[in-house]
Design a binder for this molecule. Structure first.
Ligand code: ATP
Ligand code: MG
Length: 264
């Protein structure tokens, strides 16, 4: 069997804590993620669901390499992150992309969309200008980011347009895993459906793996084959979508399911 694309092994994160002069001595800190194991196979769509504050974003940021874990570690294609060569690390950074809940905050307000996408591509590859332009047009066409949007500044975009730009940017470097942290929560319902369809298409087209975070179990049902339920920093239940949504075992999962209006 081939190695998983990304594996989190006993990952924990404690915020704050450490030694302080004031008030006195050692502070315990707050453990937002406590010993989580999570495997993402190549091409898999993995959902992570849990109530606010359960540690989903913290875990996702660790998986994306945006935040260091306090304990535990990551494996990328079977190799511990700590042991990767420079070139392999660059490959991991290109291979894992993160899409935020509010795309506007992730876009530089002073750069036109096209220039911002070009900056990203320059940071990830050694393509010359003409190839970068062709790549931006290619991915733009797939994500509904046409010439008109490329010429705009972020404040001139609607929420849906901004999320398309964020998706386009994430795909420029041909990632293998895209981490989506509540990517449609800030959008109205009709836009949500459009973006979810787009994400499903792009996954099929590019053979992407997704780590998809959402409160919304209907969204999970639409996009994810494997679902993990997180509570207070731990994964309390995991399973294939159909099993988990139809026959949840953990009381917490049952409460979550009961709390969310479901389609069908
Ligand atoms: N930088 C930080 N410093 C201190 N505590 C933090 C920090 N970031 C998050 N936390 C705390 O860690 C816990 C988990 O936060 P996290 O953002 O991972 O939750 P979440 O599951 O993504 O929640 P939501 O669904 O509201 O986005 C929360 O109690 C939060 O207050
Ligand atoms: Mg969050």
């Amino acid at each position: 069997m081939s190695e998983p694309l990304l594996a989190l092994e006993a990952v924990s994160k404690t915020y704050g804590g450490g030694y302080r002069l004031w008030p006195f001595g050692h502070r315990a800190g707050f453990t937002a993620v406590a010993g989580v194991d999570l495997v993402i196979e190549s091409g898999a769509a993995v959902g992570l669901v849990g109530e606010s504050g359960s540690g989903k974003t913290t875990l996702a940021r660790i998986a994306a390499g945006l935040l260091p874990a306090s304990a535990g570690g990551l494996r990328w294609c079977g190799r511990a992150l700590m042991q990767l060569s420079r070139a392999e690390r660059a490959e991991y950074r290109r291979g894992v992309q993160y899409i935020f809940q509010n795309p506007m905050t992730a876009l530089n307000p002073h750069r036109r969309v096209g220039a911002a996408l070009d900056d990203t591509l320059q940071g990830l590859t050694r393509m010359d200008r003409a190839r970068r332009r062709a790549r931006i047009e290619e991915i733009g066409a797939q994500t509904g980011v046409g010439a008109a949007l490329l010429g705009r500044f972020p404040h001139q975009l609607s929420g849906g347009q901004a999320q398309r730009v964020a998706i386009a940017r994430a795909l420029l470097g041909a990632p293998r895993l895209v981490i989506l942290d509540e990517p449609v929560s800030a959008l109205d319902v009709s836009l949500q459906a459009q973006i979810l369809n787009l994400l499903a298409d792009l996954r099929a087209r590019h053979g992407l793996a997704y780590l998809f975070i959402s409160h919304d179990l209907a969204v999970m049902e639409r996009l994810c084959e494997q679902i993990h339920v997180m509570q207070a920093g731990r994964i309390v239940e995991s399973g294939p979508r159909d099993v988990l949504l139809r026959r949840p075992e953990a009381p917490y999962t049952r409460r979550l399911l009961a709390a969310v209006p479901r389609i069908g």
